[in-house]
Design a protein around this ligand. Structure first.
Ligand code: NAI
Length: 295
């Protein structure tokens, strides 16, 4: 579908993947409201977009996606700038790297509030506005490859991202009759500032457990001669943005960036298939009797 002249609202839009989406959308002729918590990111994004001559159809909004009242004001601001919002990208997220056994309540609450509740806050605020103008629209939720495959060192993150995938699938089925598309965006590695997530932790989620001696989370050690190959597995934010724009145009259910995860995904689905078993009689009855069982 035609995106020129339409307006996108992108949370976490001032850095990394969100900024990559913003650039690609602007180049395609869209208006973009960039909503982000970090003022320094908003400023560097503004400078980058000015240099690329893309500032005209952009507005910057200070928003913490966990703040429901602020979300309403942010949507009002975007509408004041551009009239109507058509595309909502729930992209803000924290890459909290903690195994579940090492997390305390503050870590858990923060991860759920930003990565999962932030997505619902976006939908709760902006979906009624998309419905009201009747021009159609699209919602992109940034999950992760970690929304499809677990990674044992990041149990909290995996929990939130699996939830975002399920949320997206259900919402897609729900909104299909209204002509509003929904995409679950599941990137693999993308160059961004995601490692700085701790700097955005508000006081109310201050971790009770002192883990200062733990040091930073372990990084993948790669021999110098293999770095080039590894970097080819990492996408640029603009590549990620282009894939998302394609997904919006085609109303894709999923958008992935990292086909190298295929063996892991196949292994997971094979395990599910095996554990589920098979009973043709029950399948037939269920298909006939339970609406929406397969969607
Ligand atoms: P990033 O850290 O460069 O960008 C995220 C932006 O979100 C930052 O500007 C930050 O200020 C903002 N933000 C954080 N908390 C916020 C809040 N409560 N309210 C509003 N804005 C907030 O990181 P990146 O990588 O671009 O992350 C974007 C999304 O992509 C996240 O949901 C992340 O989980 C997801 N992702 C990233 C991958 C990667 O390799 N970079 C891989 C898979 C998923």
């Amino acid at each position: 579908s035609e995106v020129r002249g339409r307006t996108a609202f992108i949370t976490g839009g001032a850095s990394g993947i969100g900024l990559g989406m913003a650039k690609v959308f602007l180049e395609a002729g869209m208006n973009v409201a960039i909503a982000d918590l970090r003022q320094d990111h908003r400023e560097t994004a503004r400078a980058e977009l000015r240099d690329a001559d893309l500032l005209d159809r952009t507005c910057f909004i200070d928003l913490d996606v966990t703040d429901r009242e602020a979300f309403v004001r942010a949507a009002d601001e975007a509408e004041a700038a551009f009239g109507r919002i058509h595309v909502l990208c729930n992209n803000a997220g924290i890459g909290i790297l903690k195994p579940i056994g090492a997390a305390d309540y503050a870590d858990w609450d923060w991860a759920i509030d930003v990565n999962l509740n932030g997505v619902f806050n976006g939908v709760r605020t902006i979906l009624p506005r998309i419905r009201a103008h009747g021009e159609g629209g699209h919602i992109v939720n940034t999950a992760s490859m970690a929304g499809i495959l677990q990674y044992s060192q990041a149990g909290l993150y995996v929990t939130t991202k699996f939830a975002v995938v399920g949320f997206s699938e259900a919402l897609r089925a729900e909104l299909a009759p209204d002509g509003i598309g929904v995409t679950a965006f599941c990137p693999g590695g993308v160059r961004s500032n995601i490692r700085e997530y701790e700097s955005t932790r508000p006081e109310r989620y201050a971790a009770r457990t002192d883990r200062s001696e733990d040091g930073p989370p372990p990084r993948l050690e790669v021999a110098p001669e293999d770095r080039e190959r590894l970097s080819r597995l990492t996408a640029s934010p603009e590549e990620a943005g282009r894939l998302v724009l394609n997904g919006i145009r085609e109303n894709a259910l999923y958008v992935f960036t990292a086909p190298e995860f295929r063996p892991g995904v196949e292994e997971r689905f094979e395990a599910i298939r095996r554990a589920l078993g098979r009973d043709d009689e029950r399948e037939k009855d269920a298909l006939e009797l339970i609406p929406g069982l397969i969607g």
